[in-house]
Write a protein that binds this ligand. Structure first.
Ligand code: PA5
Length: 485
């Protein structure tokens, strides 16, 4: 016998809830230094009264802090969880048609038009770096899935193009504005390759963009791509439950009706629960008190589950882009344990006490690997499983950090499926919107992001930016040339 052998019984797979389960929040360890729980602080009581009325403000949708221009940006709360079945059926049908004729699916988008999509697909199908290595049968009819347009790295882009060359490809291009440069460049490249490769290229490309305006909408109408609409009242980072997220999930074979049912369930819970059991409000209030009274400036979004790294990355966008205005806001830093414990845990444990930590804890993954420890340095773990060891270490990090003065809380996911993911997003979008409102910030605008785009446009020669480009050149001349070592 030659070749690597996986001993029988080494890998264990057990069916776990594929469709249900409720997400919970464990906030027992959200303590202040000295061991007092946050709920014992007078500031907590005050903020929990305020958060209720801010939720009423969110529901009413009239306050200027909810608007981008004239549009109230609460479609993710008011409309998305109540999306009509017929609309979902249409997305499922177009996705199934595309899936039936492709081997590889390329999703193009950036920011909110990328992160939720990738996070959900990886949480449910498993990390794509491994999923894409599986054969067609192991993938169960799901195409390999790649993301482009979320950066402009030529090496990565060239490699993806070479990997998919000669194969049956489908493309989903997502941009609410229709003009964001990174996805526009990626789409220009893919469009040319699709037109060279397929006579039916138009039917292999699906656009998700504004219903009426923007360059992508114009192009899509001209060429005749199928198109789904990003609602006016849904901003990028709140769009995972809109067609922005839904089309890609449907191509990946994920049950988008259960996903929306999960979002709806969490939305109803947020609307009706008292604060003591209201996940979104609790999180908003605890973050606010941590920021204003406990010196917290950074929230680590930590997980020991590889397939949840993308959700932590989605949280990294949602919080800071929603709150980071007027010199305020909590920075969110995703951490994957135990890998990152060997890099950052020292700082979290003993550095400046300005960090809180939110864990994404998975109860059942359904897959386990037995540790054959006999005769090795981990003999004491012989016959135990990886999930046993992983849990011990991730809980160990949580408890040690808490003992070291880090307020921690945990989202508990009973299983990874469309229903639990839909809940998690809806809770977190509510929590962050309320958290930003507590800081008197509009969660739905991102004026700071426009600033770097203005500079980048001028540097990359966008028409209309000529005089600003000259100004930037003059500023560069003023820099001291002796300050390059
Ligand atoms: O949250 C946001 O609004 C942003 O991250 C956007 O999603 C991102 O800039 C992409 O924008 P667009 O979909 O218009 O290309």
């Amino acid at each position: 016998m030659s070749g690597f052998q996986v001993s029988s019984g080494l890998i264990r797979r057990e069916p776990v809830g594929n469709t249900g389960g409720k997400v919970r929040l464990d906030y027992r360890r959200f303590g202040v230094v000295g061991g007092k729980h946050v709920t014992a602080l007078p500031e907590y009581n005050m903020a929990s009264r305020t958060v209720k009325s801010l939720h009423d403000v969110l529901m009413a949708g009239t306050d200027s802090l909810l608007k981008d221009g004239t549009v109230t940006m609460t479609g993710w709360k008011i409309d998305s969880p109540y999306r009509a079945e017929a609309e979902l059926d249409q997305i499922i049908q177009v996705a199934a048609e595309l899936r039936s004729k492709i081997d590889d699916f390329i999703s193009i988008g950036i920011g909110g038009s990328f992160l939720g999509n990738k996070a959900t697909i990886e949480a449910i199908l498993g990390s794509l770096e491994l999923f894409n290595l599986l054969g067609p049968e192991q993938r169960g009819g799901i195409p390999r899935i790649f993301f482009l347009g979320n950066h402009m790295d030529p090496g990565y882009t060239a490699r993806v193009l070479e990997i998919i060359a000669g194969r049956r490809v489908g493309v989903n291009v997502i941009s609410k504005s229709g003009g964001t440069v990174e996805p526009a460049i990626a789409f220009a490249i893919l469009k040319e390759c699709m037109e060279n490769g397929f006579t039916d290229h138009a039917s292999r490309i699906v656009a998700v963009t504004d219903k009426a305006k923007g360059a992508l909408k114009k192009l899509s109408d001209e060429i005749g791509y199928a198109a789904f609409e990003v609602p006016d009242n849904v901003g990028g980072r709140y769009s995972v439950t809109s067609p922005v997220g839904l089309f890609g999930l449907a191509v990946a074979g994920i049950d988008i009706k259960r996903f929306i049912a999960g979002a709806r369930f969490a939305e109803e819970e947020t609307r009706k629960r008292p604060i003591v059991s209201n996940i979104a409000m609790l999180r908003a209030v605890m973050r606010y008190v941590a920021y204003t009274k406990m010196g917290i400036k950074i929230e680590v979004a930590a997980t020991g589950t590889y397939d949840l790294k993308g959700v932590a990355a989605w949280m990294q966008q949602l919080g800071p882009e929603s709150e980071g205005k007027d010199d305020k806001g909590i920075w969110i830093s995703p951490e994957f344990y135990t890998q990152d414990a060997h890099a950052n845990s020292q700082m979290i444990q003993m550095g400046e006490r300005n960090i809180m930590e939110t864990f994404l804890m998975l109860e059942e993954s359904g897959t386990d690997v037995v540790i054959p420890g006999r005769g090795t340095p981990v003999e004491y773990l012989d016959g135990r499983t990886l999930s046993f060891a992983n849990r011990a270490f991730v809980e160990g990090l949580r408890d040690a950090h808490y003992a070291g003065g880090v307020p921690t809380m945990s989202y508990i996911l009973p299983a990874l499926n469309a229903f639990t993911l839909g809940q998690l997003y809806q809770y977190e979008m509510n929590a962050i919107a309320l958290s930003a409102l507590l800081l008197e910030q509009n969660p739905f605008i991102q004026p700071g992001v426009q600033q770097y785009k203005r500079v980048a446009d001028a540097k990359s020669g966008k028409p209309g930016t000529e005089s600003y480009a000259l100004e930037l050149g003059r500023d560069e001349q003023k820099l001291n040339p002796n300050l390059i070592a």
